[in-house]
Design a protein around this ligand. Structure first.
Ligand code: HEC
Length: 173
Protein backbone atom coordinates (compact mmCIF):
# COMPACT_ATOMS: atom_id res chain seq x y z
CA UNK A 1 0.00 0.00 0.00
CA UNK A 2 2.97 2.26 0.50
CA UNK A 3 3.43 2.27 -3.27
CA UNK A 4 0.31 4.44 -3.60
CA UNK A 5 2.25 7.45 -2.39
CA UNK A 6 1.79 9.87 -5.25
CA UNK A 7 2.90 13.46 -4.91
CA UNK A 8 -0.71 14.49 -4.50
CA UNK A 9 -1.19 12.10 -1.65
CA UNK A 10 1.96 13.27 0.05
CA UNK A 11 0.84 16.86 -0.28
CA UNK A 12 -2.55 15.96 1.09
CA UNK A 13 -0.88 14.12 3.91
CA UNK A 14 1.23 17.13 4.81
CA UNK A 15 -1.86 19.31 4.92
CA UNK A 16 -3.37 16.85 7.31
CA UNK A 17 -0.51 16.63 9.71
CA UNK A 18 -1.17 20.04 11.18
CA UNK A 19 -4.77 20.07 12.25
CA UNK A 20 -6.67 17.13 10.96
CA UNK A 21 -4.49 14.05 10.85
CA UNK A 22 -7.27 12.09 12.45
CA UNK A 23 -9.48 12.70 9.47
CA UNK A 24 -7.40 10.42 7.30
CA UNK A 25 -7.59 7.47 9.49
CA UNK A 26 -11.08 6.10 9.06
CA UNK A 27 -10.26 4.49 5.77
CA UNK A 28 -7.26 2.23 5.64
CA UNK A 29 -6.49 3.48 2.17
CA UNK A 30 -6.19 6.94 3.60
CA UNK A 31 -4.05 5.66 6.40
CA UNK A 32 -1.73 4.16 3.85
CA UNK A 33 -1.16 7.49 2.17
CA UNK A 34 -0.51 9.17 5.49
CA UNK A 35 1.95 6.41 6.26
CA UNK A 36 3.75 7.26 3.04
CA UNK A 37 3.93 10.88 4.12
CA UNK A 38 5.08 10.26 7.63
CA UNK A 39 7.37 7.49 6.56
CA UNK A 40 9.06 9.68 3.96
CA UNK A 41 10.17 12.50 6.18
CA UNK A 42 12.40 10.57 8.57
CA UNK A 43 14.10 8.82 5.67
CA UNK A 44 15.04 12.23 4.33
CA UNK A 45 16.38 13.21 7.75
CA UNK A 46 14.31 16.39 7.65
CA UNK A 47 12.81 15.98 11.09
CA UNK A 48 14.52 15.83 14.40
CA UNK A 49 13.67 12.88 16.61
CA UNK A 50 11.87 15.26 18.94
CA UNK A 51 9.46 16.18 16.14
CA UNK A 52 8.53 12.56 15.51
CA UNK A 53 5.10 11.42 16.55
CA UNK A 54 4.91 8.83 19.29
CA UNK A 55 6.15 5.42 18.29
CA UNK A 56 2.81 4.38 16.83
CA UNK A 57 2.50 3.46 13.20
CA UNK A 58 0.08 5.69 11.29
CA UNK A 59 -2.44 2.85 11.27
CA UNK A 60 -2.14 2.43 15.03
CA UNK A 61 -2.36 6.18 15.46
CA UNK A 62 -5.45 6.26 13.29
CA UNK A 63 -7.08 3.47 15.23
CA UNK A 64 -6.36 5.36 18.42
CA UNK A 65 -7.81 8.59 17.01
CA UNK A 66 -10.96 6.93 15.69
CA UNK A 67 -11.42 5.24 19.06
CA UNK A 68 -10.91 8.42 21.06
CA UNK A 69 -12.51 10.98 18.74
CA UNK A 70 -15.97 9.44 19.07
CA UNK A 71 -16.50 8.33 15.47
CA UNK A 72 -17.75 4.99 16.81
CA UNK A 73 -20.31 6.78 18.96
CA UNK A 74 -22.44 7.42 15.91
CA UNK A 75 -21.01 5.41 13.03
CA UNK A 76 -20.93 2.04 14.81
CA UNK A 77 -24.37 0.67 15.77
CA UNK A 78 -24.77 0.25 19.51
CA UNK A 79 -26.10 -2.87 21.21
CA UNK A 80 -26.82 -3.80 24.81
CA UNK A 81 -23.76 -5.40 26.41
CA UNK A 82 -23.13 -6.86 29.86
CA UNK A 83 -22.22 -3.44 31.26
CA UNK A 84 -24.86 -1.48 29.34
CA UNK A 85 -25.01 -0.06 25.84
CA UNK A 86 -21.81 -0.37 23.80
CA UNK A 87 -20.81 -0.08 20.15
CA UNK A 88 -21.10 -3.40 18.32
CA UNK A 89 -17.56 -3.59 17.03
CA UNK A 90 -18.45 -6.45 14.72
CA UNK A 91 -20.25 -3.68 12.78
CA UNK A 92 -17.49 -1.12 13.22
CA UNK A 93 -18.16 2.17 11.41
CA UNK A 94 -20.79 0.55 9.18
CA UNK A 95 -23.39 3.23 9.89
CA UNK A 96 -27.11 2.77 10.37
CA UNK A 97 -28.09 -0.90 9.97
CA UNK A 98 -30.05 -1.41 6.76
CA UNK A 99 -32.42 -3.84 8.47
CA UNK A 100 -33.41 -1.34 11.13
CA UNK A 101 -36.25 0.51 9.41
CA UNK A 102 -37.19 3.45 11.58
CA UNK A 103 -40.79 4.58 12.06
CA UNK A 104 -41.59 8.28 11.65
CA UNK A 105 -39.84 10.33 14.32
CA UNK A 106 -41.73 11.63 17.35
CA UNK A 107 -43.25 15.07 17.22
CA UNK A 108 -41.85 17.30 19.92
CA UNK A 109 -44.01 19.72 21.86
CA UNK A 110 -42.91 23.32 22.23
CA UNK A 111 -40.07 23.39 24.69
CA UNK A 112 -36.49 22.45 25.23
CA UNK A 113 -36.73 18.80 24.01
CA UNK A 114 -35.61 19.12 20.41
CA UNK A 115 -34.14 15.91 19.09
CA UNK A 116 -34.33 12.13 19.35
CA UNK A 117 -31.98 9.28 18.53
CA UNK A 118 -32.26 5.54 17.99
CA UNK A 119 -30.87 3.09 20.53
CA UNK A 120 -28.27 2.17 17.91
CA UNK A 121 -27.04 5.79 17.95
CA UNK A 122 -27.27 5.74 14.17
CA UNK A 123 -30.57 7.51 13.45
CA UNK A 124 -31.40 11.03 14.56
CA UNK A 125 -34.38 13.34 14.28
CA UNK A 126 -34.45 17.02 15.09
CA UNK A 127 -35.16 20.43 13.60
CA UNK A 128 -33.06 19.43 10.57
CA UNK A 129 -35.23 16.41 9.78
CA UNK A 130 -34.01 12.82 9.98
CA UNK A 131 -30.42 11.71 9.45
CA UNK A 132 -28.73 8.33 9.46
CA UNK A 133 -25.07 7.72 10.25
CA UNK A 134 -23.11 6.99 7.11
CA UNK A 135 -21.21 3.80 6.40
CA UNK A 136 -17.52 4.69 6.72
CA UNK A 137 -16.17 1.27 5.80
CA UNK A 138 -14.27 0.81 2.52
CA UNK A 139 -17.35 -0.69 0.82
CA UNK A 140 -17.39 0.81 -2.66
CA UNK A 141 -21.16 1.17 -3.00
CA UNK A 142 -22.37 2.01 0.50
CA UNK A 143 -19.18 3.12 2.24
CA UNK A 144 -16.23 5.35 1.46
CA UNK A 145 -14.50 2.92 -0.90
CA UNK A 146 -15.15 5.08 -3.96
CA UNK A 147 -13.91 8.24 -2.27
CA UNK A 148 -10.44 9.61 -2.77
CA UNK A 149 -8.41 11.22 -0.05
CA UNK A 150 -9.17 14.80 -1.07
CA UNK A 151 -12.91 14.15 -0.91
CA UNK A 152 -12.58 12.82 2.60
CA UNK A 153 -10.44 15.72 3.77
CA UNK A 154 -12.77 18.29 2.23
CA UNK A 155 -15.84 16.60 3.68
CA UNK A 156 -14.43 16.75 7.17
CA UNK A 157 -13.43 20.37 6.62
CA UNK A 158 -16.49 21.78 4.87
CA UNK A 159 -19.23 19.35 5.89
CA UNK A 160 -20.26 18.50 2.34
CA UNK A 161 -20.86 15.02 0.95
CA UNK A 162 -17.74 13.96 -0.99
CA UNK A 163 -16.35 17.42 -0.36
CA UNK A 164 -18.59 19.17 -2.87
CA UNK A 165 -22.10 17.74 -2.54
CA UNK A 166 -25.03 18.39 -0.27
CA UNK A 167 -24.43 19.68 3.24
CA UNK A 168 -24.07 16.84 5.74
CA UNK A 169 -26.80 16.98 8.35
CA UNK A 170 -26.49 17.10 12.12
CA UNK A 171 -25.37 15.70 14.38
CA UNK A 172 -22.30 15.10 12.20
CA UNK A 173 -21.05 18.67 11.88
C1 HEC B 1 -22.81 12.71 16.88
C2 HEC B 1 -22.85 11.70 15.85
C3 HEC B 1 -21.64 11.60 14.92
C4 HEC B 1 -20.33 11.56 15.25
C5 HEC B 1 -19.70 11.65 16.63
C6 HEC B 1 -19.60 11.42 14.02
N1 HEC B 1 -20.46 11.37 12.96
FE1 HEC B 1 -19.96 11.29 11.02
N2 HEC B 1 -21.92 11.42 10.50
C7 HEC B 1 -22.99 11.37 11.38
C8 HEC B 1 -24.23 11.37 10.62
C9 HEC B 1 -25.65 11.31 11.20
C10 HEC B 1 -23.88 11.44 9.27
C11 HEC B 1 -24.81 11.46 8.05
C12 HEC B 1 -25.37 12.85 7.88
C13 HEC B 1 -26.12 13.01 6.57
O1 HEC B 1 -26.40 12.03 5.89
O2 HEC B 1 -26.41 14.17 6.20
C14 HEC B 1 -22.41 11.46 9.22
C15 HEC B 1 -21.67 11.56 8.07
C16 HEC B 1 -20.30 11.43 8.01
C17 HEC B 1 -19.53 11.47 6.80
C18 HEC B 1 -20.08 11.77 5.41
C19 HEC B 1 -20.46 10.52 4.70
C20 HEC B 1 -21.12 10.83 3.38
O3 HEC B 1 -21.49 9.86 2.68
O4 HEC B 1 -21.28 12.00 3.01
C21 HEC B 1 -18.22 11.25 7.13
C22 HEC B 1 -17.04 11.17 6.19
C23 HEC B 1 -18.17 11.10 8.56
N3 HEC B 1 -19.45 11.22 9.06
C24 HEC B 1 -17.02 10.86 9.28
C25 HEC B 1 -16.95 10.90 10.68
C26 HEC B 1 -15.72 10.78 11.42
C27 HEC B 1 -14.35 10.54 10.81
C28 HEC B 1 -16.05 10.91 12.73
C29 HEC B 1 -15.13 10.92 13.93
C30 HEC B 1 -14.05 11.86 13.89
C31 HEC B 1 -17.49 11.12 12.79
N4 HEC B 1 -18.00 11.10 11.53
C32 HEC B 1 -18.21 11.33 13.95
C33 HEC B 1 -22.91 11.37 12.75
C34 HEC B 1 -21.73 11.45 13.48
Amino acid sequence: MMTQSSGALRRAGRRLLSSAALLTIVSFALVASLAACQGGAPQQQTQTPAAQPAAMSPVEQGKHLVATMVCNDCHTPWKMGPAGPEPDMSMMLSGHPQALVMPPPPKFPEGPWMWAGSGTMTAFAGPWGVSFSANLTPDTTTGLGAWDEDMFIETLRNGKHMGTGRPILPPMP
